[in-house]
Design a protein around this ligand. Sequence first.
Ligand code: AMP
Length: 632
Amino acid sequence: MTSYSDFHRRSIEDRDGFWREQAALIEWETPFTQVCDYSNPPFARWYAGGKTNLCHNAVDRHLKDRPDQNALIFVSTEVDKEIIYSFRQLHAEVQRMAASLQALGVKKGDRVLIYMPMIPEAAFAMLACTRIGAIHSVVFGGFASVSLASRIDDSQPVVIVSADAGSRGGKVVPYKGLLDEAIRLAQHKPARVLMVDRGLAAFDKVDGRDADYAALRQQHLDTVVPCTWVDATHPSYTLYTSGTTGKPKGVQRDTGGYAVALAASMKHIYCGNPGETYFSTSDIGWVVGHSYIIYGPLVAGMATIMYEGLPIRPDAGIWWQLVEKYKVTVMFSAPTAVRVLKKQDPAYLSKYDLSSLRALFLAGEPLDEPTAKWIAESLGRPIIDNYWQTETGWPILSICKGVDDSATKFGSPGKAVYGYDVKLIDEATGTEITEPGQKGVVTVEGPLPPGCLQTVWGDDDRFVKTYWTSVPGRMVYSTFDWGIRDADGYYFILGRTDDVINVAGHRLGTREIEESISSHPNIAEVAVVGVADQLKGQVAIAFAVLKDTSKAATTADALKHEGEIMKLVDEQLGAVARPARVRFVSALPKTRSGKMLRRVIQAVCEGRDAGDLSTMEDPSALQQIKDLMAPK
Ligand code: AMP
């Protein structure tokens, strides 16, 4: 094996040669004429001139060699079901869904919003969209009406695919009421809603708009829907993510570059082979679900497990039971889930035969050393931390096991992945930091490699302004994370440079939560910060100023308001965004020019030094927060 640094260097210095080779990992209908068109930076057009189809590469392509092999393994410990679809069966179901969407008027380029629990029909819907060139936009089922409405307005779907309900911890979570409310709030009205009725929760049907999937599927049992060959640059999907402003950004992904990037990552990073089983514990509402529950494993000809349920129900051995049963070779999860398991009886980890498992990959949030050590020792398998973002679609930092036999280092997600020319930039001067051990903003030189976001949906200007920072002579892509690199090229991520927080691996914009809380009639002002938490990595804490301060005069009043605010956030954004605590103050710490000092609040909450406070207007505002957060 050539050294990994040579492999990485070639991916940057001979970019086109490198990615031309990787492109052979997928099937093309029309060969591309150019590997990377970067004539209009920072917009990269990968595999220009080529035509392919993501669904073809994930499903149809495997009908030749592995039609009866497991493709989608659905396991629900919520409704006690296990259904296995072979590639042939998956192919049939995807066509039934595609025909149903077409019957409702969906055409190439149309958007289809998918608001669903973790059920096979959600996977069929995603694959059906890419099959016919429609652009899916999956919205995490844990989001509530206001979050959903803003995504409906931005993506303007022709059809929304949804279900009566999800289930969490044995409790039915109805979806349809939230969806109806979101459509009522949204300015854009989808023409049709396609409902999968699981029989979990009764719901109202809107005549003329809502269609029943079971009935439509029945009409299209044998309808053949060929793949629509699309340009490599045709958008496959948009996925919304939080940023600094309240309005979520629609990350837009292409088709050809994404398929190649995933296929290459399955080979070089995850080492997953056709015929094996991949188990990612994420949700299709997040980017990991897109790349490594649905598209990545299927493109690689692997079976993928789609799991609806908690990691500790019926007991904390459920994941390992699935690993044994389906001989999982590659597993992907998040540090928070591992921390949840760490609190359970360790005997569950030794109860099952895990010999098939080659590695457990963890991503989405910082992996702390105690968690990494515990799981590594308990599993006796390599634990590989990956660092990436919704925007990139696949890892920026990792140990690429397929091409690199270096050891992992605790606390580090590894080295720059091939294709990513990662640089640490000094925020003040814009110059590159080359000295090991020095802190800088983690950036990537353009063009971003295949598979990364093409743009922000409908807003090229926002793409350029948000992500691309001018440094001397060029623009670089900013991850908005601080990092350091050691002398061996391993990176360590030190947290966000912006107001984005990470709760249990879920990325949340503090501004979105603040906007929601501010809609309470008695709230004058609020600041939300992310504070370190042993289990979830971070939790959101809100500091609010009431319009009528007498209303929080007693503890009972404050508690009542806290409860109201939590309920409001639950109803508007969803329980994922609910602050862990709401505390009431008479003023918030700001600079003399009126800028909220969130970072200072955060430091105080975490018991850290708050740094230079000379620009602060009213020190007593910070003192109130210190007093409230002081251990009682
Ligand atoms: P998301 O777009 O939801 O995947 O969130 C991306 C953000 O999560 C990154 O910008 C980081 O702040 C954080 N993140 C993801 N993976 C890691 C990791 N392995 N270590 C530290 N932070 C991470």
